[in-house]
Write a protein that binds this ligand. Sequence first.
Ligand SMILES: [Zn+2]
Length: 247
Amino acid sequence: MAERQSDLAIYLIAVFILGIITGSFLNVCIYRIPAKKSIIFPPSSCPKCKKIIKWYDNIPLLSYMILGGKCRHCHKTIAITYPIVEILTGIIFIIFFLKFGLEKIYFYYIIVSSYMIILALIDINRKIVPDGIVVLLLLTGFLFGIYGLRQDVTIFDGVIGALTGGLIIYFLNFFSNGKIGEGDIKLMTALGFLCGTKDIIYIIFLAFIIGAVVSLIMLALKKYGRKDEIAFVPFIAIAFMAKGLLF
Ligand SMILES: [Zn+2]
């Protein structure tokens, strides 16, 4: 038993490290893709003093802590969202591991969740859903054989799921005077394709409940007015993960 527990601890640490390394890459995508910059080149540099960040200052999570959240050269504060995204991704990788173990479906959830983290943060920062990432999400479905990772969803079910997700959000876009944006229609079509009809209905339902609760809280706290545009993708992302974990 003790041996099994130490095995589990090693797995958890490995999965967490994989998560924060992935999160570090997601950060690059979150900031560069909307700015239409390459995610490979050039290497990361400080936005203020432009000095290239050396590899030892670019270790996920660790470097942020060692440097006290500041650039080594000009001491400008590094945005707290960087370590938050890294920790969040690490935690998500661990939670799905605890739920599924190293089964194929685990990889399905961490791949799609990674996309959802990028899309959620870009929506929060810029209120957009980049077409390129949505297309890539679809391609990933084909290339990585998502249907091989999730054998309970067939391609046929994926197509029906895409139509269901897309059409529901299309009507909501129409009747909400565009408060639910066009980007959300594209995203739900792609997500419906990857998770099938049953899941996408659950996800839309959950996303609206979570969205409604959060909006009411924010209105009560006067964080924003009734007319402000709301980033909806974070709710879709949370709903996607909740569906995978809870139902
Ligand atoms: Zn600097």
